[in-house]
Design a protein around this ligand. Structure first.
Ligand SMILES: [Zn+2]
Ligand SMILES: [Zn+2]
Length: 426
């Protein structure tokens, strides 16, 4: 029979790779805690309109959605990103009534039907935050600082932070008009995507990844000269707070971001050498999205990062999960070994044991390959109430009384915590 494989663009994540994902998620959670964000878990599918009204149907992401009809012919989409779902939830549960600024973070899989390549999968993992309810440009700087804090904790260096303001609705309207005037002259020569953008969302022509388009569109007006007074003031305040926090940045007036919902501040953190996909984290303000999805007029700012690209950018090895103890035993003492493993685990000591009896030599080999800190050897000494303990790192061996072993191991695992409670063997 033909073997069944995982669908194109998806991957099974296990072993060292799964540890890496878990590591990033753990680090992210601890950073988000520090900044006062709470976790939110939204469904991985939503009504299609949640995304068409936020991301935009005609954007690249909008076109890459997995959409299907359920048994009652409701149109549902797998989430291509999570801001829209978080805002839908924020409105549905009236979270705006409980506090002034709601800070939420999420972690989880997203889905986009696109050509799989390094750092770009059809099911990929994202983490991100949304701070909803404040206009303060200090918050924009804080979100960027938090994103950079996360990168630094993950050992990611050598990136560039690009920032820009795409302005309020009024500024965006002016920008669109200015681009439309200019784009006529070059429209014929632009890529088919850009020709479509010229009709539907001309500002996004600036975001085209096609090299020929980038060259031709150099003549198009960027955002540098068009911001209204309010937007200009907000942007300078944001920059001032970035300087206060000593954050290095580059202002890129052509940075517009590929989603419909952004307004005012946008930013991208880019790192070279990751292939075509050089953005490792990105975000910005979306002051109109809550309203556009049917909620009150509440501003918001957030960022997201893809785990696959974070992994590609990390140049640090993460600490391996090593067991505290490996239990080796002579086959006659399987039950004693089995019981000891249970007691060790109840005392929060991680331990490995092979319940299929093997030769002692093989078990010791396995113990060193798993990099256990200690190996407990249960042999004939157990008849005299003693167990052999081998310190694997120092290659030392000692005999210890059976009833003392738990206490002894706990003390060495937690030297600073002698009051660690000891559970007695039953
Ligand atoms: Zn404006
Ligand atoms: Zn183009």
């Amino acid at each position: 029979m033909e073997r069944i494989k995982a669908p194109k663009g998806t991957a099974d994540i296990f072993g060292k790779e799964a540890n890496l994902y878990r590591y990033i998620e753990d680090v992210a959670r601890s950073i988000f805690d520090i900044y006062g964000y709470c976790e939110i878990r939204t469904p991985i599918f939503e009504e299609k309109s949640v995304f068409t009204r936020s991301v935009g149907e005609e954007t690249e992401i909008g076109k890459q959605m997995y959409t299907f009809a359920d048994k009652k012919q409701r149109l549902l989409s797998l989430r291509p990103e999570n801001t829209a779902g978080v805002i839908r939830s924020y409105i549905e549960h009236s979270l705006y009534s409980s506090s002034k600024c709601t800070k939420l973070y999420y972690l989880g899989p997203m889905f986009r039907y696109e050509r799989p390549q390094a750092g770009r999968m059809r099911q990929f993992y994202q983490l991100g935050t949304e701070a909803i309810g404040s206009h303060s440009p200090l918050l924009d700087a804080e979100v960027i600082a938090m994103a950079l804090h996360l990168l630094s904790e993950l050992g990611i260096n050598g990136y560039q932070l690009k920032i820009n303001s795409i302005g309020c609705r009024k500024c965006q309207q002016t920008h669109t008009e200015q681009i439309l005037l200019e784009v006529k002259k070059i429209k014929e020569r632009l890529c088919s995507d850009c020709q479509e953008r010229a009709e539907k969302n001309p500002r996004r022509i600036l975001d085209c990844k096609n090299k020929a388009c980038q060259e031709m569109t150099k003549c198009l007006p960027d955002t540098s000269s068009l911001l209204c007074k309010d937007c200009k003031d907000l942007f300078s305040e944001m920059i001032h707070s970035m300087e206060l926090l000593e954050i290095d940045y580059i202002i890129d007036p052509r940075l517009v971001r590929g989603l419909d919902y952004y307004s005012k501040t946008v930013f991208e953190i880019q790192k070279e050498g990751l292939g075509a996909q050089n953005t490792i984290a990105a975000g910005g303000r979306y002051d109109y999205l809550v309203e556009e999805l049917g909620g009150p007029s509440v501003p918001a700012v957030g960022f997201s990062a893809g785990l696959e690209r974070l992994i590609l950018s990390m140049d640090r090895n993460i600490p391996e999960q090593e067991p505290d103890i490996y239990i080796a035993y002579l086959s006659d003492y399987l039950e004693e070994a089995f019981l000891l493993a249970n007691t060790l685990r109840k005392n929060c000591l991680s331990c490995l044991i092979d319940l299929e009896p093997k030769s002692l030599k093989n078990q010791l080999k396995e113990a060193s390959s798993k990099a256990a800190t200690w190996t407990v050897i249960i042999g004939d000494e157990i008849k005299n109430g003693k167990i052999v303990l081998k310190d694997m790192k120092r290659e030392k061996q000692l005999e210890i009384k059976e009833e003392k072993i738990i206490e002894w191991l706990i003390k060495r695992k937690n030297p600073a915590d002698p009051l660690y409670p000891v559970k007695k063997r039953r």
